[in-house]
Design a protein around this ligand. Structure first.
Ligand code: 5RP
Length: 219
């Protein structure tokens, strides 16, 4: 199977985690796009979706699925999203699609985070994928120097601003042995809007697309 077929497989499998009659939290990316397409088949059985990006909102709208602003929501049963990397504890690197801030906000509303990913995303240690960090522009050079001090090489993502209008750094060369500790540390750096380590908001479960089918991992 191609990587995209594996993404489609888990996108469809995620439907089993959607709670009928409720709102569902929806992430961003090519795997989630498959999930949104599958979700259209049960749009009459959900109240709508809370979206993590303008791109996902547009796709949800195109399928006739109501998008409810996060501001109006107190709690979601489940948030479904992809990842750039996921480790054996359910900690993730996210933000390859530049939606990390809204993804963390919507994930924070949810009781459960179900990650959907093709098998290539499962890693032993996070960090081979460059870590996305959304920053306030005037802080970018200092944040980059702080990463250099811990062995990271931060590059500005060219030609990209987030839905919130901020630039992104992609940090190469990190080996993230303790995701909760590094997430907490980077969150203290002035000018960091969101770091793409999802440890506090790690996955509750992961549906992994493999050649043998969907493998469910619980954390
Ligand atoms: C977007 C994300 C995505 O979940 C992550 O980049 C995975 O994307 P894809 O499903 O396209 O492989 O964090 O900000």
């Amino acid at each position: 199977m191609t990587q995209d077929e594996l993404k489609a497989l888990v996108g469809r499998a995620a439907l089993a985690h959607v709670v009928p009659g409720e709102l569902v939290g929806v992430g961003t990316g090519s795997t989630v796009n498959h999930f949104i397409d599958a979700l259209a088949t049960m749009r009459d059985r959900i109240r709508g979706a809370v979206s993590s990006s303008e791109a996902s909102s547009a796709r949800l709208h195109a399928h006739g699925i109501q998008v409810v602003p996060a501001e109006q929501v107190e709690r979601l049963a489940v948030y479904i999203d992809g990842a750039d990397e996921i480790d054996g504890r359910g900690c993730m690197i996210k933000g390859g699609g530049a939606a990390l801030t809204r993804e963390k906000i919507v994930a924070d509303l949810a009781d459960r985070f179900v990650c959907i990913a093709d098998a290539s995303k499962r890693v032993e240690v996070l960090g081979a994928y460059p870590l996305p960090v959304e920053v306030i522009p005037m802080a970018a050079p200092q944040v980059a120097r702080r990463f250099a001090a811990i062995g990271g090489r931060a590059l500005l993502r060219q030609g990209v601003l987030t839905d919130n209008g901020h630039p992104l750094l992609d940090v190469h060369g990190l080996r993230i042995d303790d995701p909760p500790a590094l997430e907490a540390e980077i969150n203290q750096w002035p000018g960091v809007v969101t770091v793409g380590i999802f440890a506090r908001h790690r996955a509750s479960a992961c549906l992994l697309g493999t050649e043998q089918g969907v493998v469910r991992l619980d954390f």
